[in-house]
Design a protein around this ligand. Sequence first.
Ligand code: NAP
Length: 243
Amino acid sequence: MNLKGKTVIVTGSSRGIGFAIAKAFAAKGANIVINDIKIPDETIEEIKSFGVDCIGIVADISDFEQAENLVKGAKEKFGTVDVLVNNAGITRDGLLLRMKEKDFDDVIRINLKGTFNMTKHASKIMLKQRRGAIINLSSVVGLMGNVGQLNYSASKAGVLGITKSAARELGQRGITCNAIAPGFIKTPMTDVLNEDVKNAMLAQIPLGRQGLPEDVAKVAVFFAENDYITGQVVNCDGGMVMQ
Ligand code: NAP
């Protein structure tokens, strides 16, 4: 897909990986819908500085109706929805025996159900257009599991299931659906980890550094631009997991 003038929704994009993805698509000339729970004015202004149009829509994507209104808002403003990046996600880490039911439910509701909500609403429009690209943020933890992240790894493995099933269901109408599995990326989500955990993660990375949000953003643009790749997972992890 040529991204110039296309409409891209990025969920959870006021910061971190989502914001880097929004900027990468803006640099390609796409109009951007920033979504988050809170959206600072500067976020929208920075995207507009790429010479594209940008709106912010506050919505909790884990809520079915709010997700629907987000997609409707994008369509009303720009007329199409060409790319959806399901980026919004949370962690509520803890060992299994200490993990509260709410921590499990919240992570599944936002990471997995949120991806379902957005994919369902956006694909309705993409099916009519006979064009679209859906890109889901999974995680290497969804592939290999992780101590203290049972809820998160279950949600991110589920995202891979959504990705592959949606790719099979929507492919006939020219819609691709792929996933990115980031490793250890420098964002507010990982900044809160203690130094011991950070060093243990770094020791597992052959390329010897923490990833940047921009590294992940390049993969998202690659998937959106290529119309003949679907149902795939690309690890962006410095070699942490090799399949
Ligand atoms: P981040 O810095 O925490 O940013 C995530 C954004 O999503 C936050 O602004 C957050 O808002 C927002 N959000 C949370 N729940 C939402 C909801 N229900 N509706 C709308 N927005 C919501 O995270 P990140 O590190 O950039 O991660 C982005 C994605 O990559 C996530 O799916 C994450 O699981 C995945 N990932 C990250 C890494 C990593 O190393 N950073 C590795 C693998 C995968 P609040 O701040 O208000 O919660």
